[in-house]
Design a binder for this molecule. Sequence first.
Ligand code: NDP
Length: 325
Amino acid sequence: MSKIALITGILGQDGSYLAELLLNKGYKVHGVVKKESFTDKKKFWRIKKIVKDLVLHNHNLDNLESFYSILEKVNPSEVYHLAGQSYDGHSFNNEFYTFKNNIDTTHYILSSINKFNNKIKFFFAGSSVMYGNATSSPQNEETIFNPVSAYGISKFTAYLLVKSYRSQFNFLGSTGILFNHESPRRDLYFVTRKISNGVARIKKGLQKKISLGNVNSSRDWGHAKDFVNAMWLMLQQNKPDDYVIGTGKKHSVLDFANKAFAHVGLNYKDFIDLDKNLIRSEKSDNRVADCTKAKKVLNWKPKFSFDELVSDMVESDLELVTNNS
Ligand code: NDP
């Protein structure tokens, strides 16, 4: 009999890749979709090809009873909780929404699963932003968390909730402390996608420049496909645990832009405008993953190199721009 998985945030970048991965592995896949998004078919662009194979549930994750009722209907063996306000840069503009959406929803889900059947395996999408301006580098599962943004604080609180359910109730919850991961399915307000899409539009003559903030800022960027594989591997272990997932390599925004423009035969220097208004105050350059544990226990390592990530994104945006113009 096939395994049953329930994914929150299935319309998002990671949710869509995870759904594909699980379908390929023979799972029956259910997804939770926000009420506002359920009727907005534009929101389904990432799962367009697989939507007929999914069972979708219309739910805002804003109360205990109704998530419990989804569990009764679906009876999953694995729950992947990816829904959330996922943009760190927006989080203090939208702090009450960020806290409510990232903490309360996780709490409702934990409590419902615990009551319904605490043998269900649970994955929570934590974040490297929980480290804040890290004082030691690279970061692993033992590094002290010191979140400074509303997003970081919300993820850290939810991570602590998962940990406490694990110790109080033998709950089978694992957290992935996920470093940045990108793909052609990233939203356009993230800098990597802003660049790949801008490069494609410039190449096709639809745009002249890309405005960027601190181009020397650097990140540990991986491909989302590698990260959803790590999520799945975490739930295949006998014991729940927390794992740092990242590539262990940092690249600057300028490196990304340089590679993206070079991919289409252009020089980034001719197309970038520096805009001081886009510079963010939070310092995060010190964040880079030490994935020794994931490599050893999960036998996980990223398959995509940085160059492959950049070319995948630019190629996909070239195709998108060509088809839409
Ligand atoms: P996305 O923003 O692409 O996807 C998040 C999804 O969650 C969206 O589809 C959104 O739906 C949905 N959602 C938000 N609130 C609710 C709600 N109340 N009820 C139901 N659905 C909701 O993020 P990613 O796929 O990139 O990330 C997945 C998870 O991993 C997130 O929790 C993110 O914080 C975390 N993470 C991601 C990292 C990254 O680099 N990508 C790094 C570290 C952590 P809608 O579209 O309808 O608004």
